[in-house]
Design a protein around this ligand. Structure first.
Ligand SMILES: NC(=O)c1ccc[n+]([C@@H]2O[C@H](COP(=O)([O-])OP(=O)(O)OC[C@H]3O[C@@H](n4cnc5c(N)ncnc54)[C@H](OP(=O)(O)O)[C@@H]3O)[C@@H](O)[C@H]2O)c1
Length: 299
């Protein structure tokens, strides 16, 4: 099986390089490309030629425009990378009869209520990033290609920038941190996303009825403030020297950003767990493991 991985240097892409390797012949590209192959999602023609040259059985697209606030002022670029490029990948892989694996986000929902979102719930993104990701999902579905779309939330990884690392850095510099306490979700590790992707793909290849959209997030829930507190507690217990004395909860209204964010980012993962027979660990397990890795304290 030949697998083309795009976005190999992102948080999820980095872990996919490891997790997909046992499934087949893996060609992994980032936006720089290599050997005449194009990995830049803003170059649609280059991307088309690359897929036609490689003729993969599976394309895994981990590349995305992920700058949520910047997308408000660059909506065309966000649409090009998050919607037009996935549309092209979907069209090309359908011609080849292969699979497209793609990632999306809970930001396709409006964040109302407190119930975890199911795959069948109505979508209504609050910001341009969410809109661009939704357009990408819709284009893939409309193409008729075999696909797995995993909607996830609050991604972190040892490789890349994320909220946990920012909190750790700020906690070394400041005595007080103010963190939003009225947006709730589940931090989800890039490692978990990559491992579940490999398992799910392995099952789906032999069973096309498994194609579809799945919610994939770690178990449990918390606010950004709960997440920050957990990161700091763990860092303390790992012997980190931190300046922080207090983590103060604040409402979203006290931290205005260009892009509106959903308050309810909870994802109902039953469809994924039942379809693929998988267990999703609690978010604290993965965060604590990542902190051990990045603070260099392997237990
Ligand atoms: N991060 C989150 O909290 C979150 C939450 C929900 C869903 N997701 C989804 O999960 C997936 C993986 O996200 P992630 O956390 O791994 O994001 P990430 O760490 O920001 O990685 C995204 C990658 O895409 C690359 N990229 C951007 N523009 C590109 C282009 N024109 N051509 C090729 N590559 C390009 C980036 O490369 P450069 O570094 O060179 O820019 C980066 O390596 C995405 O689909 C994202 O929408 C993420």
């Amino acid at each position: 099986m030949k697998i083309l991985l795009l976005g190999k240097s992102g948080q999820v892409g980095w872990e996919l390089q490891r997790a997909l390797a046992p499934l087949g012949d893996l060609i992994a590209l980032d936006r720089k490309g290599e050997g005449g192959l194009c990995g830049d999602l803003s170059d649609l023609e280059g991307l088309r030629l690359t897929v036609r040259a490689l003729q993969p059985d599976v394309i895994v697209n981990a590349a995305a425009y992920t700058a949520v606030d910047k997308a408000e002022s660059e909506p065309e670029l966000a649409d090009l990378i998050n919607a037009q490029a996935p549309a092209l990948l979907a069209e090309e892989i359908r011609r080849l009869g292969g699979w497209l694996v793609h990632y999306s986000t809970d930001y396709v929902f409006d964040g109302s209520g407190t119930k975890p979102w199911q795959e069948t719930d109505a979508v209504a993104p609050l910001n341009r990033y969410g809109q661009s990701k939704l357009l990408g999902e819709q284009a893939i579905q409309a193409s008729g290609c075999l696909h797995l779309i995993f909607r996830t939330s609050w991604v972190y990884g040892a490789h890349g920038n994320n909220f946990a690392k920012s909190m750790l850095r700020l906690a070394r510099e400041r005595e007080q941190l103010k963190v939003i306490d009225d947006q709730v979700g589940a931090p989800t590790g890039a490692e978990l996303l990559a491992d579940v992707t490999a398992h799910a793909l392995h099952s789906a290849i032999d069973n096309p009825t498994l194609a579809g959209v799945y919610h994939l997030a770690a178990a449990g829930e918390g606010s950004w403030c709960d997440y920050a507190r957990f990161v700091i507690e763990q860092a303390h217990s790992l012997g980190e020297t931190l300046a922080v004395q207090e983590i103060a909860p604040i409402p979203t209204s006290a931290y205005p950003t260009p892009a509106k964010r959903p308050q309810n980012s909870r994802l109902d993962t039953r469809k994924l767990r039942h379809s693929f027979g998988l267990h999703l660990p609690h978010w604290q397990d993965g965060v604590s493991r990542m902190l051990k890795e990045i603070t260099g304290t392997h237990a």
